[in-house]
Design a protein around this ligand. Structure first.
Ligand SMILES: Cc1cc2nc3c(=O)[nH]c(=O)nc-3n(C[C@H](O)[C@H](O)[C@H](O)COP(=O)(O)OP(=O)(O)OC[C@H]3O[C@@H](n4cnc5c(N)ncnc54)[C@H](O)[C@@H]3O)c2cc1C
Length: 302
């Protein structure tokens, strides 16, 4: 990884991003797992973000654009490339009932901003720890709603053409935890706009607090994790399948199937990426053997 060469290509926007070398994945991810990342950059504007991507491409370096790193497992050996973290791109605006936010804004912040303006639609974001960019990419959702229910459009940087594109709802090809951004990783979410409806602030607030209460009761929020590890197979509940397979509480090293919610793998303190992967393999094989169901990972390996 030639940091100097890469950064020299972005001198025109040097003040517009922060960077650090050798940051541990465990200090970046919600899982608190992962070895050193060769270079982490935090662009503060879309110009800097696009410039950093172009520099990585010119230098032939591996790169990934990430948000809050709440759905990621970084390898124990680390990541030999540039991790572009959007958490410093947090602009947002409200025009009538249309809420627009930059990719790095936390979705919980968006939920609170909508509630404060007595606008309904983003309540389901409350309790999801990711960013707008991560949520659009993953079509994040909870409690019967997801991004595809409220999104109007997003602005994308096409890394191949160097153009900024406006994607309509249809262009996103949303599916369960799936979008065009996942199918075609050469696009990056710059911002997204959501269509909200006028509501009553107190009812919106009460609903959000109810959703948070349900999360606290059902999810192991007291431990580092990356949320649900697997997608829900059609017609089944993953946590129930895992529980019925006798794997609730199963451990490999410091990684454990949560006793509270078997769909979560938690880091009990010193879990490695290898522990998590080994536990995922055990679960996948047992569910395949017992039910003939192929569990699909929601968790992304970097
Ligand atoms: C306790 C807990 C609870 C959770 N609950 C839920 C839940 O209820 N529902 C749910 O759907 N998820 C849930 N998650 C998972 C996770 O929070 C979501 O998937 C979230 O949308 C990921 O956002 P992020 O910013 O952290 O993305 P990251 O983890 O940083 O990245 C995820 C993927 O998106 C890509 N990406 C990120 N930003 C961009 C961008 N700007 N442009 C292009 N690609 C980008 C990354 O490259 C990566 O492939 C939970 C996680 C935890 C830890």
């Amino acid at each position: 990884m030639n940091t100097k060469a890469l950064l020299s290509l972005t001198t025109s926007v040097a003040a517009d991003f922060d960077y650090a070398e050798g940051v541990l994945g465990k200090s970046l991810t919600s899982f608190k797992i992962g070895g050193p990342v060769a270079l982490v950059v935090w662009p503060k504007s879309r110009v800097a973000l696009m410039s950093l991507i172009r520099a990585a491409l010119v230098c032939g370096e591996r790169y990934d654009v990430v948000g809050a790193c709440t759905n990621l497992l970084i390898d124990d050996a680390g990541y030999d490339g540039v991790l572009i973290v959007t958490s410093k791109m947090r602009g947002s605006s409200l025009k009538g009932t249309v809420y627009t936010a930059e990719c790095g804004l936390l979705v919980e912040y968006a939920a609170k901003a909508a509630r404060n303006a007595a606008l309904s639609g983003l309540e389901f974001f409350y309790g999801i720890p990711g960013t707008i960019g991560g949520a659009v990419t993953m079509n994040a959702g909870a409690y019967g709603s997801d991004v595809s229910c409220v999104l109007i459009s997003s602005e994308a940087y096409n890394c191949e053409t160097g153009e900024i594109e406006k994607l309509t709802l249809k262009d996103h090809e949303f599916g369960y935890r799936m979008s065009i951004y996942r199918k075609s990783p050469r696009r990056v979410v710059l911002s997204a706009s959501f269509s909200l409806s006028r509501g009553d602030r107190e009812s919106i607030d009460a609903y959000m607090e109810d959703l948070m209460k349900r999360r606290r009761e059902k999810q192991p929020l007291e431990y580092p994790s990356a949320g649900s590890v697997f997608k829900r197979p059609p017609g089944y509940y993953t946590a129930k399948l895992i529980e019925e397979a006798g794997l609730k509480g199963a451990r490999v090293g410091g990684a454990q199937v949560s006793e509270k919610h078997a769909g979560f793998i938690i880091n009990t303190g010193d879990a490695t990426a290898a522990d998590v992967k080994a536990l995922i393999d055990i679960i996948t094989e047992k569910i395949r053997a017992e039910h003939g169901i192929e569990l699909e990972r929601e968790l992304i390996y970097l």
